[in-house]
Write a protein that binds this ligand. Sequence first.
Ligand code: NAP
Length: 498
Amino acid sequence: MSNIAAPPPLRTPRVAIIGAGMSGIGMACKLQQAGIESFELFEQWSDFGGTWHANTYPGLSCDVPSRYYQYTFAPNPDWGSVLSPGAEISAYLHRVADQHGLRAKTSFSTPVADAEWTGGEWLLRTQAGREARFDFLITATGGLVRTRKPAIPGLEDFAGACFHSAEWEHDVPLDGRRIGVIGTGSTGMQITRDLAPRASHFSLFQRTPQWILPLPNFRYHGWSKAVYRRFPTLQRPAYDFWRVAFEASFGRGTVKPGLVRRAIQAACRVHLRVAVKDPALRERFRPDFVPMCKRLVMGTGFYKRFERETVELVDTAIDHVEAAGVVTVDSVLHPLDVLVLATGFDAHAFVQPMELTGPGGVRLSEVWDEEPFGYRTVGLPGFPNVLMLIGPHSPFGNQSLFAISETQQDFAMDAIGRWRRGELDTLAPTQAATERFMADVRAAVPDTVWASGCDSWYLGKDGLPHAWPWLPGRHRELLAQLEEADWELHRDEPPVAA
Ligand code: NAP
């Protein structure tokens, strides 16, 4: 008989995942893969999908190729095209969630009001007043969620339908109507491509022109789907191909001056030159900042829409809105039936409006008063056992958030694994390590294209771009393992073996 003691049994962590979008679903799947079922998802909306649930506007698609914009553990052979429409991505997320039985573990239409660290655990309260206790909080609350609506005088007086692009009112008829869209970001561009040919008159209200990279899209043939279905291992090289391509192009071009940046910028300029034949219109579409300073808009076919007589670019500033439509500062009324606000999101409203109260009554809203920050995008000093997915400074913008989030999910799994084995009871990054990380971020941002002089959602209250200022590979490196010196790891007595 062996006298080697059996390892102590694994502990069962109670894990709250806040958000059932791409990150939350992925995290739940990883927990299941590790044999952990003691988790619950809380979702503010009525179904899975996060941003792909909220955004359903006409023309919605993703400008990151789907073979790379998917979970590594759930490759989909059936993508219809290289760049997929939103409905296809939403269906994929539903499928993965349902295949993993996550519906039974998710409380939908259940916004979390707050969570408080008390008695060595998190006491979570939903807005409806339900309370539950957890060992870990995983925030999977997304990056671009809180809609930003413009403070244009008279907007509430508009007699037609008016809504934000992420709150689309699908019962409003569109075909043959007079439609106006405010905003020329990725969303405004995609809506314009779809609605301009359908409207009796279409007005795009442009405050700032955007550079557009003509990224083409291609349909996958039936035979290629059959090949991916028959040989699923081919998905991995396809994923890696697109990852390397996107990291080497947009990942590098945004953070490092040099040839790649210049090549992408040249492609945008050539696109404008070739696609807009009318020189006067071309100048109205020409931004006065360098390409990629704002998040790069990608796609083909946008400029062509303005060759129609019924499609108008309105680049005179908006003065006010009245019942009949939008009035520009030259006193011209642009009559409209439908007004779409493609005016973006508060990209700095991480985790909000949920409040976290850590040990000693420290509130996250106060800690983040100036600007959200964290340790290497995942940790929060002073908030034990909180792990963030797509937290502040995550490398998003022209990269696959699936890939970024999976790196963070794997990091969270490592931390939870240590807890299960009784190696720790609480962990939080140290203040010093977090400050060191943030100082490194601040030192690196001047080299990024986001700091080259334009207004964009990357900029924080301090006027600095709050984005990942290094190559995406550095994110994987920094999260490859938990550097114990950077964390406060507290441990009670290990559990007694049964
Ligand atoms: P956005 O890039 O922030 O663009 C908002 C637009 O609204 C800008 O053109 C802005 O003009 C304009 N605007 C805001 N307030 C205004 C006002 N008061 N009057 C006139 N114009 C006003 O928002 P978005 O297009 O929704 O895109 C947000 C992000 O979502 C993207 O950058 C991207 O990361 C993501 N997205 C991704 C995809 C994809 O295919 N992967 C698709 C859609 C969105 P100014 O530039 O002058 O501020």
